[in-house]
Design a protein around this ligand. Structure first.
Ligand SMILES: *[C@@H]1O[C@H](CO)[C@@H](O)[C@H](O)[C@H]1NC(C)=O
Ligand SMILES: [Cu+2]
Length: 252
Protein backbone atom coordinates (compact mmCIF):
# COMPACT_ATOMS: atom_id res chain seq x y z
CA UNK A 1 0.00 0.00 0.00
CA UNK A 2 2.76 2.30 0.91
CA UNK A 3 4.55 1.57 -2.33
CA UNK A 4 1.39 1.95 -4.41
CA UNK A 5 0.54 5.39 -2.99
CA UNK A 6 4.07 6.56 -3.46
CA UNK A 7 4.03 5.35 -7.04
CA UNK A 8 0.71 6.94 -7.90
CA UNK A 9 1.75 10.27 -6.40
CA UNK A 10 4.95 10.16 -8.38
CA UNK A 11 3.17 9.80 -11.72
CA UNK A 12 0.56 12.45 -10.90
CA UNK A 13 0.63 15.54 -13.08
CA UNK A 14 -0.01 17.74 -10.07
CA UNK A 15 3.07 16.91 -8.04
CA UNK A 16 3.73 20.45 -6.99
CA UNK A 17 0.38 20.99 -5.32
CA UNK A 18 -0.46 17.84 -3.39
CA UNK A 19 1.28 16.56 -0.31
CA UNK A 20 3.30 13.56 -1.37
CA UNK A 21 3.17 10.49 0.85
CA UNK A 22 6.16 8.65 2.25
CA UNK A 23 9.10 8.11 -0.02
CA UNK A 24 7.55 9.68 -3.08
CA UNK A 25 9.07 12.95 -1.98
CA UNK A 26 12.54 11.53 -1.83
CA UNK A 27 12.05 9.70 -5.12
CA UNK A 28 10.92 12.93 -6.70
CA UNK A 29 13.75 14.94 -5.20
CA UNK A 30 16.22 12.31 -6.38
CA UNK A 31 14.73 12.29 -9.88
CA UNK A 32 14.79 16.07 -10.12
CA UNK A 33 18.32 16.43 -8.82
CA UNK A 34 19.58 13.68 -11.14
CA UNK A 35 18.00 15.53 -14.06
CA UNK A 36 19.68 18.73 -12.90
CA UNK A 37 23.00 16.98 -12.45
CA UNK A 38 23.03 15.54 -15.94
CA UNK A 39 22.21 18.85 -17.59
CA UNK A 40 24.45 21.06 -15.47
CA UNK A 41 27.47 18.81 -14.99
CA UNK A 42 29.84 17.52 -17.67
CA UNK A 43 32.85 15.39 -18.50
CA UNK A 44 35.91 15.72 -20.75
CA UNK A 45 35.90 12.41 -22.67
CA UNK A 46 37.81 13.43 -25.81
CA UNK A 47 41.42 14.31 -26.54
CA UNK A 48 42.01 16.97 -29.18
CA UNK A 49 45.08 16.77 -31.41
CA UNK A 50 45.58 19.83 -33.63
CA UNK A 51 41.88 20.58 -33.24
CA UNK A 52 40.60 17.11 -34.12
CA UNK A 53 38.83 15.15 -31.38
CA UNK A 54 39.62 11.47 -30.94
CA UNK A 55 36.82 9.11 -29.80
CA UNK A 56 35.14 9.41 -26.42
CA UNK A 57 37.17 7.57 -23.75
CA UNK A 58 39.64 6.30 -26.35
CA UNK A 59 42.73 8.33 -25.42
CA UNK A 60 41.12 9.60 -22.18
CA UNK A 61 40.79 7.31 -19.17
CA UNK A 62 37.09 6.76 -18.54
CA UNK A 63 36.19 8.70 -15.38
CA UNK A 64 34.00 7.53 -12.50
CA UNK A 65 31.39 10.15 -13.44
CA UNK A 66 30.98 9.02 -17.05
CA UNK A 67 27.24 8.51 -16.31
CA UNK A 68 26.52 11.02 -13.54
CA UNK A 69 28.78 13.78 -14.88
CA UNK A 70 29.26 14.80 -11.24
CA UNK A 71 32.29 16.64 -9.87
CA UNK A 72 35.13 15.86 -7.46
CA UNK A 73 35.02 18.21 -4.46
CA UNK A 74 37.74 16.74 -2.21
CA UNK A 75 41.10 18.03 -3.44
CA UNK A 76 42.90 15.53 -1.18
CA UNK A 77 41.21 12.41 -2.61
CA UNK A 78 43.04 10.09 -4.96
CA UNK A 79 40.19 10.67 -7.41
CA UNK A 80 41.37 14.27 -7.65
CA UNK A 81 44.20 13.01 -9.86
CA UNK A 82 42.46 11.28 -12.74
CA UNK A 83 38.95 10.56 -11.35
CA UNK A 84 39.18 6.89 -12.30
CA UNK A 85 39.41 5.08 -8.95
CA UNK A 86 36.12 3.24 -9.56
CA UNK A 87 36.53 2.54 -13.27
CA UNK A 88 40.22 1.68 -12.94
CA UNK A 89 40.32 2.66 -16.61
CA UNK A 90 43.36 3.06 -18.77
CA UNK A 91 43.33 4.32 -22.36
CA UNK A 92 45.10 4.08 -25.70
CA UNK A 93 48.11 6.34 -26.08
CA UNK A 94 47.94 8.94 -28.85
CA UNK A 95 51.19 9.80 -30.66
CA UNK A 96 51.62 13.57 -30.84
CA UNK A 97 54.57 15.60 -32.15
CA UNK A 98 56.06 18.25 -29.86
CA UNK A 99 54.81 21.66 -30.97
CA UNK A 100 51.33 20.31 -31.73
CA UNK A 101 48.18 21.76 -30.27
CA UNK A 102 46.49 19.36 -27.86
CA UNK A 103 43.51 19.70 -25.58
CA UNK A 104 40.24 18.28 -24.34
CA UNK A 105 36.66 18.40 -25.58
CA UNK A 106 33.76 18.31 -23.10
CA UNK A 107 30.54 16.32 -23.62
CA UNK A 108 28.63 19.62 -23.58
CA UNK A 109 29.59 23.26 -23.31
CA UNK A 110 31.07 23.93 -19.87
CA UNK A 111 28.07 24.99 -17.84
CA UNK A 112 29.51 26.61 -14.74
CA UNK A 113 31.33 29.84 -13.99
CA UNK A 114 34.85 28.46 -13.78
CA UNK A 115 38.55 28.60 -14.46
CA UNK A 116 40.68 25.77 -15.86
CA UNK A 117 44.15 24.25 -15.74
CA UNK A 118 46.00 21.63 -17.74
CA UNK A 119 48.78 19.63 -16.09
CA UNK A 120 51.15 17.01 -17.53
CA UNK A 121 53.29 14.25 -16.00
CA UNK A 122 55.98 12.14 -17.71
CA UNK A 123 55.62 8.41 -17.19
CA UNK A 124 58.79 6.53 -16.23
CA UNK A 125 57.89 3.91 -18.87
CA UNK A 126 54.63 2.80 -20.42
CA UNK A 127 52.01 5.36 -19.38
CA UNK A 128 49.19 2.80 -19.69
CA UNK A 129 50.34 1.03 -16.56
CA UNK A 130 51.25 4.21 -14.64
CA UNK A 131 49.02 5.90 -12.06
CA UNK A 132 50.67 9.33 -11.97
CA UNK A 133 51.55 9.22 -8.27
CA UNK A 134 54.38 11.24 -6.77
CA UNK A 135 55.67 14.78 -7.33
CA UNK A 136 55.59 14.42 -11.11
CA UNK A 137 53.04 16.97 -12.37
CA UNK A 138 53.77 20.32 -14.00
CA UNK A 139 51.25 22.93 -15.09
CA UNK A 140 51.19 23.83 -18.78
CA UNK A 141 48.08 25.96 -19.30
CA UNK A 142 45.50 28.03 -17.47
CA UNK A 143 42.26 29.82 -18.28
CA UNK A 144 41.66 32.28 -15.42
CA UNK A 145 38.54 34.22 -14.63
CA UNK A 146 38.92 37.80 -15.87
CA UNK A 147 38.49 40.69 -13.46
CA UNK A 148 38.85 44.46 -13.64
CA UNK A 149 39.51 45.57 -10.12
CA UNK A 150 36.08 44.78 -8.67
CA UNK A 151 33.67 46.10 -11.32
CA UNK A 152 33.02 42.76 -13.06
CA UNK A 153 34.13 39.17 -13.39
CA UNK A 154 33.86 36.99 -16.51
CA UNK A 155 34.73 33.42 -17.29
CA UNK A 156 36.46 32.54 -20.59
CA UNK A 157 36.49 28.87 -19.43
CA UNK A 158 32.66 28.82 -19.38
CA UNK A 159 30.28 28.20 -22.33
CA UNK A 160 33.01 26.58 -24.42
CA UNK A 161 33.50 22.91 -25.28
CA UNK A 162 37.26 22.81 -25.80
CA UNK A 163 40.43 23.76 -23.93
CA UNK A 164 43.62 23.69 -26.00
CA UNK A 165 47.30 24.56 -25.62
CA UNK A 166 50.52 24.02 -27.58
CA UNK A 167 53.03 21.38 -26.48
CA UNK A 168 56.36 23.21 -26.07
CA UNK A 169 58.92 22.06 -28.66
CA UNK A 170 61.45 21.62 -25.83
CA UNK A 171 59.19 19.05 -24.12
CA UNK A 172 61.18 15.80 -23.91
CA UNK A 173 59.92 12.89 -26.03
CA UNK A 174 58.17 10.13 -24.12
CA UNK A 175 54.83 9.09 -22.70
CA UNK A 176 52.75 11.45 -20.59
CA UNK A 177 49.51 11.83 -18.73
CA UNK A 178 47.71 15.07 -19.62
CA UNK A 179 45.17 16.18 -17.03
CA UNK A 180 42.44 18.77 -17.51
CA UNK A 181 40.98 20.43 -14.43
CA UNK A 182 37.93 22.66 -14.75
CA UNK A 183 37.34 24.53 -11.48
CA UNK A 184 33.65 25.44 -11.14
CA UNK A 185 33.37 28.26 -8.61
CA UNK A 186 29.67 29.13 -8.70
CA UNK A 187 29.31 27.76 -5.15
CA UNK A 188 32.88 28.18 -3.93
CA UNK A 189 32.27 30.57 -1.03
CA UNK A 190 32.39 27.74 1.52
CA UNK A 191 35.21 25.21 1.94
CA UNK A 192 34.66 22.25 -0.37
CA UNK A 193 32.14 24.14 -2.47
CA UNK A 194 34.26 24.32 -5.62
CA UNK A 195 33.54 21.56 -8.14
CA UNK A 196 36.34 19.95 -10.14
CA UNK A 197 35.73 18.32 -13.52
CA UNK A 198 38.76 16.21 -14.35
CA UNK A 199 40.07 13.83 -17.02
CA UNK A 200 43.45 12.33 -17.87
CA UNK A 201 44.58 11.53 -21.41
CA UNK A 202 47.56 9.41 -22.48
CA UNK A 203 49.94 10.75 -25.13
CA UNK A 204 53.33 9.82 -26.52
CA UNK A 205 55.30 12.91 -27.48
CA UNK A 206 57.59 12.49 -30.47
CA UNK A 207 60.32 14.79 -31.80
CA UNK A 208 60.68 16.52 -28.45
CA UNK A 209 63.53 18.57 -26.99
CA UNK A 210 65.77 18.90 -23.97
CA UNK A 211 63.61 21.01 -21.66
CA UNK A 212 63.21 20.39 -17.95
CA UNK A 213 59.51 20.76 -17.09
CA UNK A 214 58.70 22.08 -13.64
CA UNK A 215 58.06 22.98 -10.90
CA UNK A 216 56.79 19.48 -10.12
CA UNK A 217 53.92 18.83 -7.70
CA UNK A 218 51.93 15.83 -6.50
CA UNK A 219 48.24 15.47 -7.33
CA UNK A 220 46.53 15.21 -4.89
CA UNK A 221 48.71 17.43 -2.72
CA UNK A 222 48.97 20.47 -4.97
CA UNK A 223 45.97 22.19 -3.30
CA UNK A 224 44.53 22.43 0.21
CA UNK A 225 41.18 23.84 -0.89
CA UNK A 226 41.94 27.20 0.77
CA UNK A 227 43.56 28.78 -2.31
CA UNK A 228 42.04 32.14 -3.28
CA UNK A 229 41.13 30.70 -6.71
CA UNK A 230 39.22 27.79 -5.09
CA UNK A 231 37.65 29.31 -1.96
CA UNK A 232 36.00 32.58 -2.98
CA UNK A 233 32.69 34.34 -3.46
CA UNK A 234 32.39 35.39 -7.11
CA UNK A 235 29.17 37.41 -6.59
CA UNK A 236 29.58 40.03 -3.88
CA UNK A 237 31.77 41.86 -3.43
CA UNK A 238 32.96 41.18 -6.98
CA UNK A 239 36.56 39.93 -6.66
CA UNK A 240 39.15 42.55 -7.56
CA UNK A 241 41.42 39.89 -9.08
CA UNK A 242 41.46 36.14 -9.71
CA UNK A 243 44.48 33.86 -9.43
CA UNK A 244 44.13 30.37 -10.91
CA UNK A 245 45.60 27.92 -8.39
CA UNK A 246 48.73 25.92 -9.11
CA UNK A 247 52.50 26.23 -9.49
CA UNK A 248 54.11 28.45 -12.13
CA UNK A 249 53.23 27.42 -15.67
CA UNK A 250 56.02 25.67 -17.60
CA UNK A 251 56.14 27.13 -21.12
CA UNK A 252 59.24 25.37 -22.45
C1 LIG B 1 51.82 -0.27 -23.03
O1 LIG B 1 51.09 -1.21 -22.30
C2 LIG B 1 49.88 -1.59 -22.92
C3 LIG B 1 49.09 -2.45 -21.94
O2 LIG B 1 49.90 -3.46 -21.40
C4 LIG B 1 50.16 -2.26 -24.25
O3 LIG B 1 48.96 -2.60 -24.88
C5 LIG B 1 50.93 -1.28 -25.12
O4 LIG B 1 51.29 -1.89 -26.32
C6 LIG B 1 52.16 -0.76 -24.42
N1 LIG B 1 52.72 0.33 -25.22
C7 LIG B 1 54.02 0.46 -25.46
C8 LIG B 1 54.42 1.63 -26.28
O5 LIG B 1 54.85 -0.32 -25.03
CU1 LIG C 1 27.51 20.97 -12.40
Amino acid sequence: MNVISCGSAFVSSDLGHQPLPCSAKSILVTALSLATLVTSHYTFPQLLVDGTPTGEWVNVRRTDNFNSNGPVTDVTSVDFRCYNQVTGATASTARVAAGSKVGFKANQAVYHQSSANIYMAKAPGNVTTWDGSGAVWFRVHEIPAVTDGGKSISFPAQNVETYEFTLPTSLPSGQYLVRVENIAIHGASTFGGAQFYISCAQIEVTGGGNGTPGPLVAIPGVYTGNEPGILLNIYWPVPTNYVTPGPAIWRG
